[in-house]
Write a protein that binds this ligand. Structure first.
Ligand SMILES: [Zn+2]
Ligand SMILES: [Zn+2]
Length: 257
């Protein structure tokens, strides 16, 4: 049975932020319930496993999982918090003497080639142009608005009895961008803050207030919010509906009904 584990649930700067003395960052330094690495998930079945995104926390995430191999990586977009660990991944592949497999949209692969021109010594790219059948899933990859930060891609995974989607970096989705988010058993959605006060044009992710409106529209059976900044306090009760929660590192969910 397929299982998903949250390896990281933090925003691009993670929690605590090095300079910050807010309640959440201070708590993250001590008892640590708010401590968050960069957002990433691991999906495992009996035979295979893959990760989505490979940020600068990737090395620590692998150590925590006590993993020394990883054959497959899906990438949502080429921002540092989602790809900063790729040189270390390539080094693992070099050490294991086998090429790693990185899946992303053709557009993102071109960006990766520019950012890390040497990566293909140890890694093979697999362009995902809309659809991919892999690991028993029918996978859809589509471009989503990332607001001020440009674009990202989201992934939807379908099996006959279960559908889920991973959309860590998005805001203000158009009707077309929302379409693959209907009829989901599980949605993992990025929400950096509860209510973000910055001007809308300067923002790049949904906040929780806006996300709850989106959920009312697309109605997934269950939702986990990830990509959480120091603006979200795990000790706080945000009055979320019962089929909706904040993701937590180490939390595992079965991808089945
Ligand atoms: Zn991000
Ligand atoms: Zn981003």
């Amino acid at each position: 049975m397929d299982k998903l584990t949250f390896l990281g649930t933090g925003d691009s700067m993670a929690v605590p932020r090095v300079y910050c003395r807010c309640n959440v960052c201070e708590e993250a330094r001590t008892s640590g319930i708010n401590r968050r690495l960069r957002s990433s998930v691991l999906v495992e079945s009996h035979h295979e496993h893959f990760m989505i995104d490979c940020g600068p926390s990737w090395r620590e995430q692998m150590e925590q999982q006590q993993r020394t191999d990883l054959d497959h990586l899906l990438i949502t977009h080429a921002h540092y918090d989602h790809i900063g660990g790729l040189p270390e991944y390539a080094d693992l592949c070099r050490w294991l003497r086998k090429k790693g497999n990185v899946y992303a949209s053709p557009e993102v692969i071109e960006q990766l080639r520019t950012i890390y021109p040497w990566l293909e010594n140890n890694v093979s790219y697999h362009p995902v142009d809309g659809h991919l059948n892999q690991w028993g899933w029918s996978i859809t990859c589509w471009k989503v608005s990332h607001g001020h930060n440009g674009f990202s891609y989201a992934y939807r995974f379908d099996k006959p009895d279960f559908a889920w989607a991973y959309c860590p970096d998005s805001i203000n989705l158009s009707a077309k961008e929302k379409r693959p988010l209907y009829e989901l058993d599980l949605l993992i959605l990025g929400t950096s803050f509860y209510k973000e006060e910055a001007p809308f044009h300067s923002r790049s992710l949904y906040d929780i207030v806006e996300a709850l409106e989106l959920l009312n529209e697309i109605r997934p059976a269950y939702t986990c919010f990830t990509h959480l900044s120091h603006g979200i306090d795990w000790r706080e009760d945000y009055g979320l509906p019962p089929n909706c929660r904040l993701a937590k590192e180490g939390l595992s969910l079965l991808l089945a009904k």
